[in-house]
Design a protein around this ligand. Structure first.
Ligand code: S3P
Length: 432
């Protein structure tokens, strides 16, 4: 689907109705990779339809995995086990997707062939030492720019030997890469993080019978083995839902229900934050699939007040949306522990400072903090900076503020949510 290059919205436009999000991006990447590792066919329904997950699929195809069907319909993955992967003929293009690069390099660390992973200009600036160093410690041969700290990365897999790995940064992507490598390594691989990160891989792999054991909140252990083939209907993405949750919370007269959403506790810290700020939110539990809870979320508009937010509350990708909530809240909101935002798809502390500033909102940033002085945002021309979540944060603000605002560089949303503008228009009743 082609996405327009600019989005202009006339606010305030209340949101009403119910909606399904695209499939969770984190679960989608993992489901594709785990299905490729399994020996037998898996069927995945409702995979995320953005470009990031398409990159992981394309990488697997380049490695010789047969996949049939287009998302959101069922995608059949003909898994034949890790030994069936073959040397790719061309560079694996990860485009904007850090998740693809970090996870696929983990998968390839134990394969006896050569591969190169590259990405777009934004991905080429993102730190890779955090995954390269522990993979080297398992015995993999990896190289890249700046001694392996920056893409492109070259990998020549080797016979891996498990060991204890103490990570410098907590990262769901790095942990997953190391689990993918650990499943191919001799002996035990133990991964210890400085703080808990999202635990989809542990939940899904354990549910699929792979030898993965969560030892405590920051430690996971694995040894050689593989997941079984499986069927999965991927629940909706909370990191996409947060934009509608905030849009509903800050636009008077709104009430939105988001159906069949992933409710993994490591992902929904934003719910507590919005409740603390005064939003009215109900959660209804639904089914659990591969250890992943899902359910629906209903959000009603309410006057918000500022709060203190810590990323250890189970949020990170949600900060751009929450910063918009803070912009419409009375008083000051302080985000702490947010240094990692500087190395996401854009330097999100810098890009938020600029874009909220354009809306007339007072913002201060430090190396590890973001302070938003809420008030009365005014219409503006905003920029995505090539970052899908900054684009959607801009749209949420534009939809709530009185007057006409534009988000430039809107096509960045293709990474995770190509249909965002259509879904917003459906909820605001502005479909033509
Ligand atoms: C992800 C983990 C997070 C998140 C990213 C996806 C994952 O990054 O920001 O969008 O799927 O594991 P880190 O790996 O840096 O925690």
């Amino acid at each position: 689907m082609t996405v327009r290059s600019e989005l202009t919205l006339e606010g305030p436009a209340p949101l009403r109705g119910s909606i399904h999000m695209p499939g969770d991006k984190g679960i989608s990447h993992r489901a594709l990779l785990f299905a490729a590792l399994a020996d037998g066919a898996s069927t995945l329904t409702g995979l995320a339809d953005g470009d990031d997950v398409a990159r992981t699929r394309a990488a697997l195809e380049a490695l010789g995995v047969d996949l049939h069907g287009e998302t959101p319909g069922p995608v059949r993955v003909e898994g034949r086990g890790v030994d069936a992967l073959r040397e790719p003929e061309a560079i694996l293009d990860c485009a904007n997707s850090g998740t693809t690069m970090r996870m696929v390099v983990g998968l390839l660390a134990g394969r006896p062939f050569h591969a190169v992973l590259a990405g777009d200009a934004a991905l080429t600036r993102r730190p890779m030492g955090r995954v390269v160093e522990p993979l080297r410690a398992l015995g993999a041969h990896l190289d890249g720019r700046a001694e392996g700290h920056l893409p492109p990365l070259a990998v020549r897999g080797a016979r891996l030997v498990g060991r204890r790995l103490a990570l410098r940064v907590a990262s769901g992507q790095v942990k997953t890469a190391l689990l993918l490598a650990g499943l191919q390594a001799a002996g035990t691989t133990e991964i210890v993080e400085p703080a808990p990160s999202r635990d989809h891989s542990e939940r899904m792999l354990a549910a699929l019978g792979a030898p993965v054991e969560q030892v405590d909140a920051v430690t996971v252990r694995t040894r050689a083995g593989a997941p079984q083939p499986f069927e999965l209907a991927v629940p909706g993405d909370p990191s996409s839902a947060v934009f509608f949750a905030v849009a509903a919370a800050v636009t008077p007269g709104s009430e939105v229900t988001i159906e069949d959403l992933a409710l993994n506790p490591t992902r929904i810290g934003f719910v507590d934050v919005l409740r603390r700020m005064g939003a009215a939110i109900d959660i209804a539990a639904g089914s659990t699939r591969l250890g992943e809870p899902a359910g629906s979320l209903t959000v009603r508009a309410a006057p918000l007040t500022g709060t203190v937010v810590d990323v250890d509350e189970g949020l990170i990708d949600e900060v751009p949306a929450l910063a918009v909530a803070a912009a419409f809240a009375a008083g000051v909101t302080e985000f702490r522990g947010v240094a990692e935002l500087r190395v996401k798809e854009s330097d999100r502390l810098a890009t938020l400072e600029r874009e909220l500033g354009a809306l007339g909102v007072g913002v201060e940033t430090g190396p590890d903090r973001l302070v938003v002085r809420g008030g009365a945002p005014r219409p503006a021309t905003l920029e995505s900076h090539g970052d899908h979540r900054i684009a959607m944060a801009g749209a949420v603000a534009a939809n709530a503020v009185a007057g006409s605002s534009t988000v430039r560089g809107w096509s960045a949303v293709a990474a995770s949510y190509p249909r965002f503008a259509d879904d917003l228009a459906t909820l605001t009743g502005q479909t033509s």
